[in-house]
Design a protein around this ligand. Structure first.
Ligand code: ZN
Length: 238
């Protein structure tokens, strides 16, 4: 049987002498693995449409086990993103987190739309050389991914007492998955969270990816958000 997928290539691993195993996030079946026969040969016809961070229509023939890729047509190549090293590095780091958070063959159309939107916006920002936007979009992707994978962090109410978080001296707790107020602060591993960071995450969680392109955030608040992401992801995957 041959199946058609809309997929985003997340990564690839060498397989034997001439083949590759591809990791693909698909609209139809979530994260899947499929073999590209002969894709490491110099004149491989399929290889271009199966480059990492390419959105393609992918045809896979499957009898049992992992399928073989029989055809691929690139629909979005994101050339500006791929030619900008710092954007590429951020995107691959984000994809690495996505791979850890998401289990195989669990379909979630929201994640596909999110990832596709992220790559489109990163491609545009890379063309403009907008590094600040790169960091906002990447943080946005991870906060939304965490939300969609069942790890929505609380940035409205304190995870200790459930009171509304008001501007001031607040903290972030990775084990509790959200912001703690000064009264609930225990001093055991919480991270200081700035008012600007709290505001940024609230906006990210309430808006679509496409709306985040206009967001302006001071760089120290972005750094604060990146620290929170790394603590939360570390806590979840370890
Ligand atoms: Zn509290």
């Amino acid at each position: 049987m041959e199946y058609k997928y809309n997929g985003i290539i997340l990564g690839k691993r060498d397989l034997g002498e001439t083949d590759r195993m591809y990791i693909i996030y698909t609209l139809e079946a979530g994260k899947i693995w499929a073999v590209g026969k002969g894709t490491r040969k110099p004149a491989a016809r399929l290889a271009g449409s199966l480059e990492s961070l390419t959105e393609s229509e992918i045809f896979i023939s499957k009898n049992r086990g992992r399928g073989n890729i029989t055809g691929a047509i690139a629909t979005n190549c994101f050339p500006s993103l791929k030619s900008n090293f710092s954007f590429l590095e951020s995107a691959f780091r984000a994809i690495g987190i996505l791979e850890k958070l998401i289990t195989d063959q669990e379909k979630d159309e929201r994640i596909y739309v999110l990832l596709s939107g992220y790559l489109k916006m990163m491609n545009k920002a890379a063309g403009e050389g907008d590094e600040e936007k790169k960091d906002i979009l990447t943080a946005g992707l991870i906060f939304k991914l965490l939300d969609f994978s069942g790890y929505r962090m609380s940035f409205d109410a304190c995870v200790g007492c459930r009171n509304k978080i008001i501007p001031g001296r607040n903290y972030f707790s990775a084990p509790l998955g959200g912001v703690v107020c000064p009264e609930c602060f225990s001093g055991k591993g919480e991270t200081r969270v700035s008012d600007g960071c709290v505001k940024m995450v609230r906006i990210i969680l309430a808006n679509k990816m496409e709306n985040l392109g206009k967001l302006k955030v001071p760089s120290n608040d972005i750094k604060n958000a990146q620290l929170i992401i790394s603590e939360q992801v570390k806590w979840i995957v370890n």
